[in-house]
Design a protein around this ligand. Sequence first.
Ligand SMILES: Nc1ncnc2c1ncn2[C@@H]1O[C@H](COP(=O)(O)OP(=O)(O)O)[C@@H](O)[C@H]1O
Ligand SMILES: [Mg+2]
Length: 265
Amino acid sequence: MVVPVGFTTAAATDNGAAGESTIIVNALNLTRAYRDDGAYHPAVQDVSLQVASGEFVALMGPSGCGKSTLLNMLGGIDRPDRGQVTVAGQSIERLSETRLALFRRRHVGIVFQFFNLIHNLDVRTNIELPGLLGGAAASAVRSHARELMESLDIADLAGKMPGQLSGGQRQRVAIARALINRPSVLLADEPTGALDQENGRAVLRLFQRLNREERQTIIMVTHDPKVAGYAGRIVVMQDGRLAEESRPAEQEMGRLAARLLGVRG
Ligand SMILES: Nc1ncnc2c1ncn2[C@@H]1O[C@H](COP(=O)(O)OP(=O)(O)O)[C@@H](O)[C@H]1O
Ligand SMILES: [Mg+2]
């Protein structure tokens, strides 16, 4: 089904968002393949996905099923072989590299499993850098960075170097950096994959708070049903395709997700 951008839907508001919502990410028939030993391996096949503004979506499935490849296409990090991606009203699959970089900086915040902080810059500068590169006034970037650090409980780490931080602290810095340009969508690829349980839970609760209180749209990749259970909607991938989708009550999510995966795995 083709859902044009700007299409409003009541069905996409089950995660607590009131009223009607706008489709902020619209992927249509995305296909991406890799060549390996001369053979052609489809990583994502004909996937269509619409995400409404204010949703928290978990993209779940076993290792190698195409989650990261799909997420990277949604964020303009990778290009589809076929299909279309529209984010915040901008069709991105044909943008030049320069325009795509500008687009990503303005509209997409990205959090990775291994944080990817710049090791020789302090915490404050890591967070501020994408804001300064985006051309915003230094004073505005600085005050927003301070706000984010306070809200993420890392204000006292501002002058520290990434190497001096724990994994949980590094991930909170990475999240602050991802939010500095007030992105239309926050993408996270296995954001708790390198953290212990306690720090993982803290990151997931933080995502829930950002989603509920700031209406931040979040798309999070995970292979772990327990992690997916923090989202408002779970989309399951299998062999490069979308397999199942669910929006049950939150406490049921993890169990249902595990069952879906179990049945198909
Ligand atoms: N750069 C690449 N070159 C070749 N094959 C790749 C590349 N990236 C991913 N793949 C393959 O595409 C498939 C999907 O990978 P990926 O999207 O990383 O899955 P997931 O994130 O679900 O683990 C896998 O079979 C993987 O081996
Ligand atoms: Mg992956």
